[in-house]
Design a protein around this ligand. Structure first.
Ligand code: PLP
Length: 469
């Protein structure tokens, strides 16, 4: 402590005095001088404003904490214990190991992205996945863009700009965020022609609407909602027949889509891309990071002549994907060649296929661990859970799962909020959901049990309480 500090504990050290401390020197080495100086200045200003004292060493410590907080990435790994496997807000599909390796190779090296190694001439970036997509879907041709929203936009713009795009009122869905079918159709330059009603659309509605100005008929898989009761829709196969007679293409937006029959994994059937192609849709669009289990991407598969038009559209260039994602997509798609090993190699399928018994056994192992870390204020019980696929796939389908319910013994909502906050403040934040006055952790997506336990040892319920107060 300097003389001045001894004489006047209210006096704050100068920036230079703080920067000479060992802690500050370490901070300079870690974060660079400009950032360290700025952090010391900000710390001193805060202390001054609140008339708080502080020694050089204390200020240096506080400045280092400030630097560490700034340095922490805001895009952090979390434990997704929400029960929703493909959680859009938590980044959807986890990438398979082989795809991660392929991405690393592509990142570190120059690659034959648009270069044909055999003849030394220019190639096309779609070539790396086109044949695989055709093989897996039965389509004639295929292309890849940024996401399925782009795929829909590009298909609609290519076939429907300045023309009519016919769609059933029962299929004018909002996916979430800013994706609303009518808006995307308008932005694609197509004139939206709504037919039928919310619950019932018939063959005669399509027949009556198709005319010389029709660019396409759009069929949308109403991923995230179901209309039940007095309903009628024209199935894809029949719709194709109606449109084909009148020489109008059908675009089928499958949303998630899947490349395998999910019944293989004990789930309900979700329309596969191959089925949509076999039903005769001229173009089919679907996502890369939903059930397919790859990185964010959107696919358009279908008729060769129409894909040639899609590829000539200048928008295609604006929506294309980079080498890293192509590398991941190629490796991910290859896994589908061996469906028997899919559940073992593709994280999305592995998590979806986990049996309730397996998850419940994990819950049993974790009860004592959780009981110890949350303390006496909470009761910890094994709970039956209903996982969801997420991202609009099979929205009404609950997958039997298990988890832990953490209930405040005093029954207070405040204690529950404090617990949620404390779990979110862990080095790897734990995200659950609140149901029946409990915080429920669905364990379906808990892969790294040892990491989870180590992480929990840092749980600070008091810190969480203070943070909330
Ligand atoms: C999810 C979804 C989209 C958007 O796909 P992204 O890959 O998220 O862009 C479009 N249509 C349907 C029916 C969907 O379910």
């Amino acid at each position: 402590m300097s003389q001045a500090e001894i004489h006047n504990p209210r006096r704050l050290p100068s920036v230079d005095e703080v920067l000479k401390t060992e802690v500050a020197l370490a901070a300079i080495a870690r974060f660079g001088r400009p950032a360290a100086v700025e952090a010391v200045r900000e710390t001193l200003a805060t202390l001054r404003a609140s008339k708080m004292p502080g020694t050089s060493a204390e200020v240096a410590d506080m400045a280092t904490q400030r630097l560490e907080a700034q340095d922490r990435s805001s895009l952090r790994p979390v434990f997704n214990l929400t029960g929703t496997v493909l959680h859009t807000n938590l980044g959807r599909a986890l990438i398979a190991d082989v795809a991660i390796e392929a991405a690393v190779q592509a990142m570190r090296n120059a690659v034959s992205l648009e270069f044909d190694i055999d003849d030394g001439k220019r190639g096309e970036r779609d070539d790396h996945v086109r044949a695989l997509l055709c093989e897996l879907t039965g389509a004639e041709d295929a292309t890849v863009v940024n996401n399925n929203a782009s795929a829909v936009l590009l298909a609609l713009n290519t076939l429907g700009q300045g023309r009519d795009a016919i769609v059933s009122r029962g299929e004018l869905i909002e996916i979430g965020g800013a994706f609303r079918m009518p808006d995307i159709m308008a932005r694609a330059g197509a004139r939206l022609v709504e037919i039928g009603t919310t619950n019932r659309t018939h063959r005669k509605d399509y027949v009556g609407a198709i005319g010389s100005d029709t660019g396409l008929v759009l069929k949308v898989h109403t991923s995230n909602y179901r209309i039940e009761g007095f309903t009628a829709e024209v199935e894809a196969r029949e719709l194709v027949e109606i449109a084909r007679e009148r020489k109008v293409p059908v675009v089928h937006d499958l949303g998630s889509g899947t490349l395998v029959d999910l019944r293989r994994f004990g789930l309900k059937h979700e329309p596969t891309v191959a089925e949509a192609v076999a039903d005769g849709a001229d173009l089919v669009t679907f996502s890369g990071d939903k059930l397919l289990g790859g990185p964010q991407a959107g696919f358009i598969v279908g008729r060769k002549d129409l894909l040639a038009q899609v590829n000539r559209n200048p928008m295609k260039r604006a929506l294309r994907v980079d080498k890293v994602r192509l590398a991941m997509l190629e490796a991910t798609l290859k896994l589908y060649r061996d469906p028997d090993r899919l559940a073992e190699r593709l994280p999305t399928m592995r998590l979806l296929a986990r049996s309730r018994a397996d998850i419940e056994a994990q819950a049993k192992r974790l009860v004592p661990v959780l009981t110890k870390s949350v303390g006496q204020g909470f009761a910890v019980e094994i709970a039956a859970c209903a996982s969801q696929i997420g991202s609009g796939a099979l929205p009404l389908e609950a997958i039997a799962s298990a988890g832990l319910a953490l209930r405040p013994v005093d029954g207070s909502g405040r204690a529950l909020n404090q617990l949620s906050a404390a779990l979110r403040s862990l080095p790897v934040p734990v995200i659950g959901h609140i149901a029946d006055q409990s915080l429920v952790l669905d364990l379906r997506c808990l892969d790294d049990e040892a990491g989870f336990i180590a992480n929990l040892s840092k749980l600070d319920l008091k810190g969480g309480a203070d943070a909330m107060a």
